[in-house]
Ligand binder design. Structure first.
Ligand SMILES: C[S@@+](CC[C@H](N)C(=O)[O-])C[C@H]1O[C@@H](n2cnc3c(N)ncnc32)[C@H](O)[C@@H]1O
Length: 197
């Protein structure tokens, strides 16, 4: 069994395509922040989706993916790379025009398209370990050690910036992972600030 979460109108043949909107090709209309009604899943894929969830919903979903996956199951996440966003939009010294453009562009990256939270590799890896995944590997666009997970990304590809990929793609597997202790304090602070809105 293979699940695509937050598929939008981009259903994948041979996968169970899930979205909370009834786009053409969607097999199950579900809010995936509620428990996934599946067990023993082989692969879960989500492209340009995790950044659309509030952080607590995203972390709960990662845990639920670990629960729903088979022992040897794999979760593949494909999401904008915060490192790329920051490095490609912002310079320390800018002309006034560049500064205005950078200000709007970086705010758009954080808030545009319904984005809720952008991830860098270390943070998303830490959250995946916190969700119980023991092994997290970064993948190239369209590439995977698992044949079923190759060639899945369909979003625009942009060249690396300063060695940083535009899209962050991680595959998580195994059991028994745990969060690094440095995750807790910034996450708790973020939660407090979000609750105080
Ligand atoms: C930016 S779109 C990505 C669509 C597609 N994966 C792609 O790469 O173009 C995010 C999708 O997530 C869906 N979505 C948002 N929140 C959801 C939720 N809680 N449960 C299921 N789908 C959700 C939206 O309806 C939308 O289709």
């Amino acid at each position: 069994m293979k699940l695509q979460l937050g598929c939008g109108p981009l259903a994948l043949p041979g996968w169970i395509n899930i979205d909370n909107q009834p786009y053409d090709g969607v097999d199950r209309v579900l809010d995936v922040t509620q428990e996934l009604p599946y067990d023993d899943v082989r692969f879960i894929f989500a492209e340009h989706f995790i950044e659309h969830l509030a952080l607590d919903d995203a972390t709960a979903l990662l845990r639920d993916c670990r629960r729903a996956l088979a022992h040897d199951g794999v979760l593949r996440l494909s999401t904008p790379n915060l490192d790329w966003v920051w490095a490609s939009h912002y310079k320390r010294v800018m002309t006034p025009q560049e500064a205005v453009l950078a200000c709007f562009a970086i705010n758009r990256a954080f808030r545009g398209w319904g984005h809720q939270f952008l991830y860098n590799e270390t943070t998303l890896t830490s959250l995946l370990r916190d969700a119980g995944f023991a092994r997290v590997v970064r993948c190239e666009y369209g590439a995977s050690e698992h044949e079923e997970l190759r060639g899945l990304e369909r979003h625009e590809w942009q060249p690396d910036f300063d060695g940083l990929p535009h899209i962050l793609i991680l595959e998580a597997s195994g059991r028994g992972g745990s969060a690094p202790e440095y995750l807790e304090e910034p996450r708790a602070m973020f939660r407090r600030d979000a609750a105080a809105k």
